[in-house]
Design a binder for this molecule. Sequence first.
Ligand SMILES: Nc1nc2c(c(=O)[nH]1)N[C@H]1C(S)=C(S)[C@@H](COP(=O)(O)O)O[C@H]1N2
Ligand SMILES: [Mo]
Length: 317
Amino acid sequence: MATLAERRWRRWRSTLRQLEPASSEITPIALALSRRRFAALSGLALMGAAPGLGACEAISPESLAIDDPQTPKSKATSYNNYVEFSPDKKAVRHIARELTMTPWPIEITGAVAKPLTLDAAELGSEFDVEQRVYRFRCVEGWSMVVPWGGIPLCRLLERAEPHGSAKFVEFVSLERPSEMIGQRRGSLDWPYREGLTIQEALHPLTLLTTEMYGGALPAQNGGPVRIAVPWKYGFKSPKAVTRIVVSATQPATSWQSKAPSEYGFYGNVNPDIAHPRWSQARENRLGELRKQPTLMLNGYADAVAHLYAGLDPATLY
Ligand SMILES: Nc1nc2c(c(=O)[nH]1)N[C@H]1C(S)=C(S)[C@@H](COP(=O)(O)O)O[C@H]1N2
Ligand SMILES: [Mo]
């Protein structure tokens, strides 16, 4: 009997074969950056092609344009998954108002030559803030289209100079039960933790997000700083990030630890692979009555499918 993970992997493998025939493995950072396959695959502009570590690829704005109408701000900021505050999506924004967002130190540490700590308030003066309209798909079946503003995560990572052994990046959210009243309950093992492979973390679509709809990121949406990874289910976009840890080993993540058969480490959007309890083929945009088809890798397959050829069968969902 094939396990659930094996069955899921088989379906992923056949999907990926169609999308991208060549194979790659999780590689050390230097090799990942030398590949430069992202630009070739997606037709995205490759700028500042410095050799070796620290070359962050840029994305041309045209390649990011999407036809989908933006979700009204009132919807995107009033229906929130944020277990640190409440399991009630409509209550989150009221409770999250209590969160003190200054000061907000963000530490980049672990397998890096130059660990650094920055305050969220300094990010906008230290780095260029880019505007990105992304699709966002929750694993529960609702979705939205949001104009975020933020800094490509690779810009921060390059400043910290990851070691050649770096293979993963872990994100640790705030733990402050005095304000985050949901943390007084053991619904998750606090703090909320998420993670990406180093290639995913360095991918130019991965955004350290500080703005939404042209203003500061509200507390209920993860302010002052969250991650946005548009080709993955929403739980892979952690809110209230305070620590970014580069490591050689795969970090344990909150949802995977809680329900490993339901939420994998990768969490990639795939309409062909059902959640054990519901189909993922369709989604409901916030504010819309009808459901619409979910796109492979949330519509970002051309840009990211190459990241997933040849991965460990047991983990790719
Ligand atoms: N720290 C933290 N990050 C989190 C969550 C959470 O509960 N805590 N929920 C995740 C889930 S399941 C989703 S769908 C999105 C929701 O983001 P939104 O409220 O901005 O729509 O945040 C993700 N990031
Ligand atoms: Mo979610």
